[in-house]
Design a protein around this ligand. Structure first.
Ligand code: AMP
Ligand code: ZN
Ligand code: FE
Ligand code: FE
Length: 287
């Protein structure tokens, strides 16, 4: 591990077909390797199903891969907690992901019903075909594009399935404390994903983060495309004051979607070496 640490190029937030990315886990790893990344993490929504395939490809490509996950928390507000370094075989985490997968299927059925009521019918079966792993709104969005109701995924979110829109259905609430406990129980570290996507003022955000830290949160994703430079500076300061880990990730979902480039927003991550080192020290199973 340390031999490679001197020339790190890292992206710790990548999605694959195990959730709503468009590339397979192996293809994500290959693309990252081709672009010179040396430390990556696969962080699919509510699933570690892609990790084994990614791990095998990472070995073949000579890339360090941290097993990861991105757990959806919150109900009215989407709060995403990244987990790093968990045992993919951990039974409690696997059971949680299985339950979430089932809940997401039921939720998608409800969204499909609402879409029909709002004059934009899509077949649930088609959405299920588009979802090769855990089902999510991007699969519904792609079905809406295919059916000709919208011309882009982002229009699908803006008009129908974005938070609070007419066919939006929230996921069942999961408490941040419970997500953190699951991640810790599986040997991982818990990091708040893209804090700026919470769309809160700095004071309110800081006090929430401090509260989550008291529940075991280990770090914050300071470097993410959603964080403008002034936001990142604020998050970085907060992490230092609170002794939280700092991570960075592009939230890559495949080249044709938002989050379309590995490393997006991470050019500014100067302390990648020491930040990654601290994260690796926190998780027993690095790569
Ligand atoms: P879900 O987990 O089913 O609630 O879907 C959330 C995912 O949808 C996010 O992780 C993004 O990949 C995607 N997403 C959310 N908002 C938008 C948007 N406005 N445009 C495109 N994709 C989005
Ligand atoms: Zn996603
Ligand atoms: Fe997220
Ligand atoms: Fe993500």
């Amino acid at each position: 591990m340390n031999a490679h640490m001197s020339s790190l190029k890292a992206d710790l937030h990548l999605h694959s077909t195990a959730s709503d990315g468009t590339l397979t886990p192996a293809d994500v790893v290959r693309l990252a390797a081709k672009e010179g990344y040396t430390l990556i993490a696969l962080t699919d929504h509510d699933s570690m199903d892609g990790v084994a395939e990614a791990m095998a490809e990472a070995r073949a490509c000579g890339v360090m891969l941290i097993p990861g996950v991105e757990l959806s928390c919150g109900a009215q507000r989407e709060i995403h907690i990244l987990g790093y370094g968990m045992d993919p075989q951990d039974e409690a985490l696997a059971a949680f992901c299985r339950a979430r997968r089932e809940q997401r299927i039921a939720r998608t059925r409800r969204m499909v019903d609402l879409l029909a009521e709002h004059g934009a019918p899509v077949a649930f079966e088609r959405v299920a075909e588009l979802a090769r792993g855990v089902m999510g709104r991007p699969h519904v969005a792609r079905a809406l594009v295919e059916a000709g109701h919208v011309t882009s995924v982002s229009e699908a979110f803006d008009r129908y399935i974005g938070t609070g829109k007419c066919a939006y259905v929230p996921k069942e609430d999961v408490r941040v404390a419970d997500a953190v406990r699951l991640i810790h129980g599986a040997g991982g570290a818990a990091v708040l994903a893209h804090p700026m996507e919470l769309k809160m003022g700095e004071t309110a955000l800081a006090s929430l983060i401090v509260e989550w830290k008291s529940q075991g949160l280990d770090g914050i994703e300071v470097w993410h495309p959603s964080a403008q430079n002034n936001h990142a500076a604020f998050l970085h300061r907060l992490a230092r004051e609170e002794g939280l880990l700092v991570t960075g990730g592009s939230d890559f979902h495949g080249q044709d979607l938002h989050g379309g480039r590995i490393g997006d927003g991470l050019e500014r991550w100067r302390e990648v070496q020491s930040d990654a080192q601290r994260l690796m020290e926190r998780i027993p199973r690095g790569s």
